[in-house]
Write a protein that binds this ligand. Sequence first.
Ligand SMILES: [Zn+2]
Length: 252
Amino acid sequence: MMSRGKFLWTLVPAAALLVHCGGVELEDIEGEDLGPYAERMPWAEFMATSSMGTVAGVAESTACTTAAIRGLSDQIVAEMNCIRPGLMSRIDGANISLTSAAALPYLQAPAARALAEATRGRSPLPINSTLRSVAQQWILYFWYRTGRCGVRLAAPPGRSNHEDGLAIDTSAYASWKSTLERHGFRWFGSGDPVHFDYHSGVDARGVLAFQRLWNRNNPGDRIAADGIYGPQTEARIRRSPRTGFPGRQSCQ
Ligand SMILES: [Zn+2]
C-alpha cells in the first residue's frame, strides 16, 4: 500500500475527492484551472525565454510557457526512473497528438499502456498536459499566485496528480469520456473538465527526484533528500538552469 503523501490543498475540504484503489490514494481536489495560459505562444515569444537562464527567469518572463524548461524537466523524469526503474513510459507512440510543447510525453507504464489501447483505431486524442515535472508545477503555481499567464487555479508543487504521471488533460473530453473511462481513466468532472486520472499507480516521487538531481550537481549546497517540498527545495528549483544541469547525468 503506497500512500502518495499529498495533502489537501484547497480551502474546501468538503469538495475533496479521495479515491482509494490499486494501492494509490488520489487526491485532486477542486482540480486546476490553467485557463488560456499559453503553452501555445508564438515562436518569437518562446525564443524570448532563451535569454532566461533559470526556472525563475522563465516564470517571470512574458512568454508564459513551461516548455522553456524542458531540458531540466527531462532530467527530473530520468531521475524518477532512477528511483523506480521503468516507472515512466513514453506515450508518444500512442494515437495521440500533444497539443502543447510543454507536455512531457510520459505516463506511468500501466497508464501509458491503457492510453495506447484506448486510443487505438480512432482519430488522435488531443492532449494538452500529461506528466509535469515539479519545476513545471512550481511555475504554474507561481503564475497562479502572482496572477500571471491566465492561470486561475493550480496545485502547489508536489501536489498535482500530473506530477505522478497519472493524469491527462484533453480539450476533447466530451467525445472521449466514455472510451477513456472504459480503459481506467476517471473523468474529474465539471470542476476541471479537461482532466482525467488513471485509476491506480504509485507515488512517482518527483520532489525527491529533483532533490537528488540538485545535490548531485551542487555538492557544496546539498539539501535534504526527503521528498518533502518546502522552502529549501523551492529556492533550488528557482535557481536551477532551465536547460538542465550540464553534463551527462547518471543514476549514481
Ligand atoms: Zn489536469
